[in-house]
Design a protein around this ligand. Structure first.
Ligand SMILES: [Zn+2]
Length: 489
């Protein structure tokens, strides 16, 4: 509703208020000011703009003045309710629903109006949350990370569900096979189908009606992620996720499905047993954990953050740093100083150049983990870093612990040592005086635009997903013959 329309609605209410307070009918007031009652009715309903001379006549007839009629205050609580409802029903958010607006009658109680307005307010609130700004998204992400840190990055309820599902599917231990993952899906009445035309905005897509989970082709490079993707799709159903109502909700669901997949690929019991044994032998290493369960280095490292504090009482940190030095993903409950923006977010920020997570990226193709001690203003830390590369460039995965816990880890004998004073800018953020003197004013780099870690989400039932493509895809595939829904066991 435009500003002027709103002003007209308020004006109409003020005129009606003064008219009825004076005990005048529309016709009586109309006769007095020289217009038809029906004309007056249009004005009172905010649908016609009165001339100034008419307003002056109305004010006189009602025993008030022009300034009072033109005030932008609703004349009564009832009028305030009616004005707010009119505004809400005229909003694009409401109109796109295609629901016919409520026509307010005199017999409608204030309580009824308040209740309808309450629903409208909630609708507006959810809508504005669903199109979170990048800043809101970063805040939500930080809140979630901090909450998880308070809980040792451990979710007992999901561990239990994973345990039950693995057992029911007959998983005996060792690396989880594709076959077992399929069985887990079949038990839920879902069939895993590999296709090469998934909508670009989705990683997997579940046809709830026909009981199918569509996944990218098994032959894609790095196909070991497939079990994980299938498990994540299954998790949405097992954890009874509904369409997310906010960005925070969306992030929480994503965390939960990732957690479920991790808890299946490295089951709690076997994982903790492995880590405890390695600790006893003073031979903890991410690469061994990775190889024992056949997962990626990153998955193994992240899984350590779920299990080590909860079960081994050890605090630790995890970092994934991209080639440009920016943190892609981080977790710490050991006090490692990380860069932070005003929202408390660490993702996308450059990590200290002295950290091995970053220094290791400068070295070429190291096939195994490297180790380093780093002295920081918050104490000394030790870490193990593995580099790798993806389609978007090189990256490093690091897991580390405070100095006193290095005795349990392989690689503690390293002589590599660095000193970081970040966030002090003099540490690694400013060029040396010599370099600055040499090149200042003589260099013109053209910056690469950073793709935002979190961009605003489009509206729709599933944030970030192109619904049109999704429904097109399902239409295309639902008709395929020879696919029947597996019976739910
Ligand atoms: Zn630094």
């Amino acid at each position: 509703m435009a500003r002027t329309d709103l002003a007209l609605t308020t004006l109409g209410h003020r005129i009606r208020h003064h008219r009825t307070a004076r005990g005048l009918t529309l016709e009586a007031l109309g006769a007095e000011v020289g217009v038809a009652g029906s004309q007056l009715s249009l004005i009172e309903n905010g649908r016609r703009e009165p001339k100034l001379s008419l307003l002056q006549a109305i004010a006189r007839a009602c025993g008030t003045d022009l300034g009072d009629l033109l005030s932008d205050e609703p004349p009564s609580r009832r009028a305030a309710l009616e004005i707010e409802l009119a505004r809400a029903q005229d909003s694009p958010v409401f109109r796109q629903l295609g629901i016919p607006p409520v026509r307010v009658t005199r017999s409608m109680s204030d309580e009824t109006l308040s209740s309808i307005i309450g629903l409208h307010r909630e609708l507006q609130r959810r809508e504005s949350e669903a199109i979170a700004t990048p800043e809101e998204a970063r805040r939500a992400n930080t809140e979630l990370r901090l909450r998880m840190r308070g809980e040792n990055n451990y979710i007992g309820a999901i561990e239990q569900i994973a345990q039950q599902q693995l057992q029911a599917a007959g998983h005996a231990g060792g690396a989880l096979t594709h076959r077992t993952v399929s069985t887990m899906a079949e038990r839920l009445g879902l069939q895993l189908i590999y296709v090469s035309d998934l909508p670009a905005s989705t990683r997997s897509l579940t046809d709830l009606e026909n009981g199918r989970i569509y996944l990218p082709p098994a032959s894609v490079p790095g196909g070991h992620g497939l079990r994980s993707m299938a498990l994540q799709a299954i998790a949405h159903q097992l954890l009874e996720h509904a369409s997310p109502t906010s960005y925070a909700d969306f992030l929480r669901q994503r965390l939960e499905i990732n957690y479920f997949a991790a808890a299946c690929l490295i089951p709690e019991g076997a994982g903790v047993e492995f880590l405890q044994q390695a600790k006893k032998e003073r031979n903890l290493a991410v690469e061994d954990f990775r190889d024992a369960f056949g997962v990626t280095h990153e998955s193994a490292a992240l899984r350590m953050t779920n299990l080590m504090t909860e079960h081994l009482g050890m605090r630790l940190h995890f970092l994934r740093v991209e080639e440009d030095g920016a943190i892609a993903r981080a977790y710490e409950n050991d006090g490692l100083p990380l860069p932070q923006d005003v929202t408390g977010s660490v993702e996308g920020l450059p990590v200290c150049r002295r950290f091995q997570a970053r220094a290791a990226l400068r070295a070429q193709n190291r096939p195994t983990e490297e180790h380093q001690y780093t002295d920081t203003p918050a104490g000394s830390f030790w870490c193990a870093t593995q580099t790798g590369s993806s389609a978007s460039g090189g990256f490093s995965i690091s897991v580390g612990v405070p100095y006193q816990d290095t005795r349990w880890w392989r690689g503690r004998e390293t002589t590599a040592r660095a000193s970081s004073t970040c966030p002090d800018e003099a540490c690694c953020r400013r060029p040396t005086g010599e370099a600055a003197a040499r090149w200042s004013g003589r260099a013109w780099p053209s910056a690469r635009v950073h793709t935002h870690m979190f961009s605003p989400l489009p509206r729709g039932a599933f944030p970030g997903v192109d619904e049109i493509e999704v429904y097109d895809f399902l239409e295309r595939h639902a008709a395929e013959p020879g696919l029947t829904r597996p019976p739910r066991r």
